[in-house]
Design a protein around this ligand. Structure first.
Ligand code: PMP
Length: 430
């Protein structure tokens, strides 16, 4: 990192007193000191449009959310061993957004912890241990979540694949064996899950995947994929876990939850990131049967999970999403943005695929559309140059060549138009 001189002491102290494997974005790091909705401000007076933070879902420091949090933190914060209205009110409000059979909530402080709990619950319910995951997936940083994350366990510093974890093929219509023009691609990719189930009869507790693949490359699932997979998994006695940590809460526009795009109902959903708009909050919501199996004599206690401040925060975030019509806005702005990005494809062959739903968008970049060789240097230059123009973007995917765009939902049509215009300029200079 070629840091601005001013930041040298801070960077040095960070390296000394904080773990070195915390990464920093950009060759010239940014020191962000303030946020307001889709905008971030640095200490030099620079203004940036945040195009990647899917945690600040309704916008950085959204005033209605901040007010509700301030009010609650000035009133009470305790654990769940006292009666408190906020806990039940938020659980009920979440339940209203979900299929009726997903009715029992457990609150945690991070998506990792929630996925960890979801896996544990699936094991109690089925009396089995094995889990099927998708190749390249990421489900979190706890020991169990890393075991469920090929992105981590297959990579540097990973312990490799555990014998009770099975990797199914990523249903990637752009790079996989079944493409956009195959109307039965969903069912065909689901065969990979079916064959794991057949080879591990009576052993599989759960299948877990995101309902639109994030770290896996910003990949929308093919039609009928989850219908076929969930049916195979259930037939084999396993449960279906939907990781909605990145996808949920209206971001995909057409629906409130990613699994709804696939016309399925999971047995367990895992929620995180946007749920607290930046406040550390996550949740697992399950069916009554799974909750009953988990109520097995061991108390479930979580010091911070379900505290009144988190619950009041989650509640107000849900209210804001709904009262400000953010799901519909995500749909319209996302479609407008994708149309703009697709419009660049003729002029800039380096953009080879634009995909997504609502404001969960990926643009894949290749050096050559026939070989699909990933354009890693190019994409990194694009991200740096877009930053110089005030747009914060980043990359994702197993080949590090997918531009990821998932801004706070307040990201406007004007922001999208300006982003596409700048991207056109930047791509012209490559
Ligand atoms: N699941 C998915 C799909 C994620 O993207 C992440 C975080 N990137 C997690 C789980 C883990 O969430 P957290 O970082 O809050 O532990």
């Amino acid at each position: 990192i070629n840091a601005n001189e001013d930041y040298a002491p801070l960077l040095q102290e960070r390296k000394t007193f904080v773990g070195k494997n915390l990464s920093i974005s950009y060759r010239q790091p940014l020191k962000i000191v303030k946020g307001a909705l889709q905008y971030l401000y640095d200490d030099k007076g620079g203004t940036f449009i945040d195009c990647v933070n899917n945690v600040s879902h309704v916008g950085h420091c959204h005033p209605v959310v901040v007010k509700a949090m301030q009010r609650q933190i000035a009133t009470l914060n305790t654990n769940t061993r006292y009666l408190n209205d906020h806990l039940v009110e938020f659980a009920k409000a979440l339940h209203r957004t979900l299929p009726s059979r997903l009715s029992v909530c457990y609150f945690t402080n991070s998506g990792s912890e929630a996925n960890d709990l979801a896996i544990r619950m699936s094991r109690h319910f089925t009396g089995r241990k094995d889990v099927i995951v998708l190749d390249h997936a990421y489900h979190g940083t706890s020991t169990v979540a890393i075991e469920m994350s090929p992105y981590k366990f297959d990579g540097k510093g990973g312990f490799g694949q555990m014998p009770y974890v099975h990797k199914a093929d990523s249903p990637d219509l752009y790079r996989g064996p079944f493409g956009y023009n195959d109307p039965r691609a969903g069912e065909k990719y689901a065969e990979s899950v079916q064959s794991i189930l057949t080879q591990n009869k009576g052993k599989v507790a759960a299948f877990i995947c995101e309902t639109l693949l994030g770290v896996g490359g910003q990949i929308p699932l093919p039609d009928n994929y989850l219908k076929a997979v969930y049916s195979h998994v259930r037939e084999a006695g396993g449960v279906c876990i939907a990781d909605e940590v990145q996808v949920g809460f209206g971001r995909v526009g057409e629906k409130f939850w990613g699994f709804e795009l696939q016309g399925v109902e999971p047995d367990i959903v895992v929620l995180g990131k946007p749920i607290g708009n930046g406040h550390p909050l996550a949740a697992v919501v399950v069916t009554q049967e799974i909750a009953d199996a988990f109520n097995n004599g061991m108390e479930y206690f979580n010091t911070f999970g379900g505290n009144p401040v988190s619950m009041a925060t989650g509640r107000v975030v849900l209210d804001v999403i709904q009262s400000e019509g953010m799901q519909q806005h995500a749909l319209e702005t996302g479609n407008f943005l994708m149309e703009g990005l697709r419009g660049l494809m003729d002029k800039h062959p380096v953009i080879s695929d634009v995909r997504g739903h609502g404001l969960f968008v990926g643009a894949e970049m290749v050096k050559d559309r026939t070989t699909k060789e990933p354009a890693v240097d190019e994409i990194n230059r694009v991200v740096e140059k877009m930053k110089e123009r005030g747009f914060l973007l980043s990359t994702d995917g197993p080949l590090y060549n997918v531009l990821k765009i998932k801004p706070p939902l307040v990201f406007s049509r004007d922001n999208a138009a300006e982003m596409v215009r700048c991207l056109d300029e930047v791509l012209s200079t490559l």
